[in-house]
Design a protein around this ligand. Structure first.
Ligand code: R5P
Length: 285
């Protein structure tokens, strides 16, 4: 199996290669108008190939599509697209007539160029495993347990709180595995940046709170949830997320919480937990 990497997933891909795979070489450049050029510089004819590429921007997405198609053109036998963070996954329903169903478009494009898509805590799927979305099968891995394990080693008697419906099932399962208390909040999204919480009494007084979420994008969810919980006098508020999109940076978030950790589905300074072992295990199955 030969592992290729997207420009922004090099660290994660290197960890996977160290798990016992060959490294594929890609030559890249950007044309003066911003368009991407790439060339597969490893012989892949008849070989099984893996492309590790999180898609955090439109350029990342185009790069992934070009790389997958080039591997097809070069005669790769089987191609697995490991897209730890899948772009556009949150626009998975059309709320207004005429809206582009972006998640479907992206899944259609990627799946048309590979044999399997492997991702983590995909927004349009609420459980782990091989799940279908718009008739395309996606292998959805769950990184909540490794986040929970990280915090279990740091916090005494934590209570795990899911900040919304999107993370409820994953967080509940993680709390069961940790053997710790669990609760959840009811969130209403007012706009893409604003959320509101329904009043609720929580058993957090003097305790370490752990909030686990799939994605932190603007940070609005976590900042509001922390303000809400803080009023009920916890000893600390600790936050873990799978995908640290951090579209507004982390300054506001770090003021609102006592600790912030994400995985390396997107490489960030806060990526203290790696999904590499889960990917390696899945690739070796
Ligand atoms: C929503 O269902 C997700 O679980 C996240 O809570 C949400 O995407 C976070 O977005 P933001 O950081 O912009 O509030």
């Amino acid at each position: 199996m030969i592992v290729f990497s997207g420009q922004n997933s090099k660290e994660l891909a290197a960890k996977i290669v160290r798990g016992g795979f060959a490294e594929g070489k890609v030559e890249r450049k950007t044309f003066p108008d911003g368009e991407l050029y790439l060339r597969v510089a490893t012989n892949v004819k008849g070989k099984e190939c893996v492309v590790v590429a999180s898609t955090t921007s439109n350029d990342d997405l185009v790069e992934l599509l070009l790389l997958l198609d080039a591997l097809n053109d070069q005669g790769a036998e089987r191609i697995i697209a490991v897209v730890p963070y899948l772009a556009y996954a949150r626009q998975d329903k059309a709320f207004l007539e005429g809206e582009a169903l972006s998640a479907k478009t992206v899944v259609k494009l990627v799946s048309g160029l590979c044999d399997e898509i492997l991702t983590f805590n995909c927004h349009f799927l609420d459980k782990e495993g091989k799940e279908k979305y718009q008739s395309v099968e996606v292998n959805n891995l769950d990184a909540f347990p490794i986040l929970a394990k990280h915090f279990q080693e740091e916090l005494k008697d934590p209570i795990l709180i899911a900040p919304d419906k999107g993370s409820l099932e994953y967080a509940k399962t993680a709390a069961e595995r940790m053997g710790c208390d669990f609760d959840n909040l009811s969130k209403t999204r007012v706009s893409s940046e604003e959320v509101e919480y329904e009043q609720k009494d929580l058993d957090v007084n003097g305790r370490d709170v752990l909030i686990l979420d799939d994605i932190i994008s603007t940070g609005g969810t976590i900042i509001r949830a922390s303000e809400f919980i803080r009023k009920q006098s916890p000893s600390s508020i600790n936050v873990g997320c799978v995908h640290g999109v951090f579209a507004r940076g982390t300054e506001g978030l770090k003021k609102a919480v006592d600790s912030l950790v994400c995985t390396d589905t997107i490489q960030r300074p806060e990526s203290k937990v790696s999904v590499s072992d889960q990917i390696i295990e899945e690739l070796k199955k």
